[in-house]
Design a protein around this ligand. Structure first.
Ligand SMILES: C[S@@+](CC[C@H](N)C(=O)[O-])C[C@H]1O[C@@H](n2cnc3c(N)ncnc32)[C@H](O)[C@@H]1O
Length: 165
């Protein structure tokens, strides 16, 4: 069955630990209650992550090419963004629900990830951070939840050199 805590799903947790190595500087900008990454952030103060910022602002404060490993598990749809923002009394507008919401996050993730670094993206598509942002796909895991539920797609990518050369 789907679990709102994505990383509690056994095969997803196993996938993360296949790529996450000790000593890697790892970040999770949408951490919820998860503490797998070294640096965690979540907009919701109840999650008590290390940082409580909008994910885009959190990423913008990081130095270029400084991060080895990124877990990217944002709200998957405009509806999920709206639900989350309304819960926190935040404004829901065009900016927060259009495709650029995810596009801007991806650009920042590409900026902060070092060459050779790993990003695992979760959602309902396998676009990941993308070739145009300098990434190649290493592996895709499809997690089926049965019934009428959407699958969770997990896309593992590596940043290839040259983007900021
Ligand atoms: C899909 S859940 C992440 C689940 C987490 N990976 C886990 O396994 O428990 C998305 C999380 O992003 C947070 N969130 C939503 N919009 C955000 C934003 N703009 N900036 C930071 N966090 C945000 C929500 O509070 C929620 O905890």
């Amino acid at each position: 069955m789907p679990n709102k805590n994505t990383f509690d799903i056994k095969c997803i947790n196993k996938l993360i630990h296949k790529y996450l190595r000790p000593g890697m500087l790892s970040i999770d900008p949408f951490a919820n209650k998860n503490r797998i990454a070294k640096i965690t952030n979540d907009l919701d103060p109840e999650m008590k992550a290390e940082y409580c910022m909008d994910a885009l602002d959190f990423l913008k404060q990081l130095k270029p090419e400084s991060i080895d490993f990124v877990l990217y598990d944002p709200p998957y749809s405009p509806r999920q963004v709206s639900e989350c923002y309304k819960k926190m009394g935040r404004t829901v507008n065009m900016e927060t629900t259009q495709a650029s919401f995810w596009g801007n996050l991806k650009k920042e993730i590409a900026r902060v990830t070092r060459a050779g670094g790993i990003v695992i993206s979760f959602g309902w598509n396998t676009n990941g951070i993308g070739k145009t942002n300098g990434f190649e796909i290493l592996e895709i895991l499809t997690v089926s939840h049965g019934g009428q539920h959407n699958d969770t797609l997990c896309t593992v990518e590596r940043k290839i050199t040259g983007l900021f050369d």
